[in-house]
Design a protein around this ligand. Structure first.
Ligand code: ATP
Ligand code: MG
Ligand code: MG
Ligand code: MG
Length: 433
């Protein structure tokens, strides 16, 4: 007997196979039992017909409980296109591996807090399965894109001695009597890596003690951070729009069923194609004022409603470029045409998902960077000495960006809240499970 997984049914039509699975759901009448199987690779219906099987087998099927693990043997049959899978199993044998008693997540509706308390089990649901498949596809497409473009994957450290994005959101820990911080970004290290390997990207966890509850902020999230030597601001944006289009189109091509199950508007996703519009920060402020926003002034960072209003005026992700220097981090390169501005961009996702990328050309001049570090009150002698030194040995123009994985997963999946875009979300009031 061949043991296969549900996603292999299409290659075994008409054959007898064995599948290891859990019972996701069950319906039965006096004559027939429908078991919804779940094996991680997918979901499939197994049909037990009383007239065709032994009495004990039908009784077992009829009484089987949700999440009981089983070995199921049967014939793979077309289901006439009733499901996206296209096949079901006509059961000839059923063996319980381990029983499941009183599984807490039933097919009825549950509240969010209850589901979050049961995240370790909630992950088994069809919806969570679909989101995790989309997340996996975005990760896969990310590696594919950057490898194709000649980038080298580099892993920056997670324990660091510096805090480039400011200290208010830092997790501090003891490092043998010295202070260390959990990484908020790998960027500074990626700049060093770019000077060694040219085009590099990282993909790893980052940590921010975000004190506010929003549907876009996690405490622990994953970031993709490419960094490129000999690349200026304009080319940086071109790479970003190609990358974001690539992951959107890959998800559409390879996770269509999952996106449909999640109720994603596929037409809108299909429209995501480079190039993306570019709007200067000052024009974005003017636009918001004209739209009637009186809670924002030139020099302010955008809040969620502002980002949503800007996004709604476009049918693509939008770059907001040329921000005032004073509201952006010290390492961004000053605009040669206006010293009050920096050569940077935030990429705002469509449909109210907010900022998914922050990026910039980096300051490559030693003296100017040193001045910025001192002005910010940062420690140029200790934490940032090595970073400054990168500008002493053949400094080159270079640029990079950071894309938040979970924000991107939420946007591509079309889900309300970022907490469902990561297997075990860490939030302001939650670190369990
Ligand atoms: P925001 O303005 O939304 O707080 P940010 O400007 O602080 O984001 P960056 O420092 O630019 O974020 O980080 C790069 C990217 O990382 C962001 O564009 C976003 O996609 C993602 N990101 C930042 N903070 C979080 C968070 N707390 N949870 C999830 N993703 C985040
Ligand atoms: Mg932030
Ligand atoms: Mg921001
Ligand atoms: Mg940002």
């Amino acid at each position: 007997m061949t043991t296969i997984s549900i996603n292999q049914f299409k290659d075994y039509e008409g054959q007898s196979v064995r599948v290891g699975a859990w019972i996701a759901n069950k319906r039965s009448s006096g004559k027939i039992a429908f078991l919804q199987l779940r094996d991680g690779s997918g979901f499939a219906q197994a049909v037990v017909v009383k007239a065709d099987v032994a009495e004990e087998l039908f009784t077992l099927a009829k009484g089987i409980t949700q999440e009981t693990s089983v070995w199921v043997t049967g014939n793979v049959k077309s289901d006439g296109g009733r499901t996206p899978l296209g096949f079901e199993l006509e059961v000839t044998d059923l063996e319980v591996i381990a029983e499941s008693v009183d599984y807490p997540i039933t097919p009825k509706e549950h509240g969010t807090e209850f589901l979050m308390d049961n995240r370790h089990l909630w992950l088994r649901s069809r919806r969570q399965h679909a989101i995790m498949k989309v997340r996996n596809e975005i990760i896969r497409a990310t590696y594919e894109f950057f490898n194709k473009e000649g980038f080298v994957k580099i892993d920056p450290p997670i324990l660091t001695s510096s805090a480039p994005e400011g200290t208010t959101e830092l997790f501090e820990t003891d490092y043998f009597g010295q202070s260390a911080y959990l990484s908020q970004t790998g960027q500074l290290y990626m700049e060093a890596a770019a000077m060694a390997l040219g085009k590099v990207f990282s993909f790893g966890p980052t940590f921010r003690a975000e004190k506010s509850k929003t549907r876009r902020h996690l405490i622990e999230f994953w970031m993709i951070e490419p960094e490129m030597a000999f690349v200026d601001h304009d080319t940086n944006l071109e790479i970003q729009e190609q990358y974001v289009s690539y992951i959107a189109q890959s998800a559409l091509a390879n996770c269509k069923n999952e996106l449909e199950l999640l109720g994603r508007d596929l037409e809108k996703l299909a429209q995501v194609q480079a190039p993306f519009p570019r709007v200067r920060y000052e024009d974005a402020i003017k636009f918001l004022k004209a739209e009637g926003f009186d809670d924002i002034e030139y020099g302010d960072d955008f809040g969620a409603p502002h980002e949503t209003a800007i996004a709604n005026a476009h049918d693509q992700p939008v770059f907001i470029t040329h921000w005032p220097k004073e509201i952006k981090p010290f390492y961004m390169k000053v605009d040669p045409e206006n010293p009050e501005l920096v050569l940077c961009a935030d990429l705002i996702a469509p449909e109210g998902y907010g900022e998914i990328i922050g990026g910039s050309q980096r300051e490559d001049d030693y003296d100017r960077l040193k001045e910025e570090i001192i002005k910010e009150g940062l420690d140029e002698t200790d934490a940032y000495d090595w970073y400054l030194e990168l500008r002493q040995y053949g400094s080159v123009p270079h640029s990079g960006f950071g894309l938040g994985l979970e924000r991107t997963v939420a946007w591509i999946s079309g889900i309300e809240h970022i907490r469902e875009a990561i297997p075990f979300p860490r939030l302001l009031n939650r670190i369990h499970p």
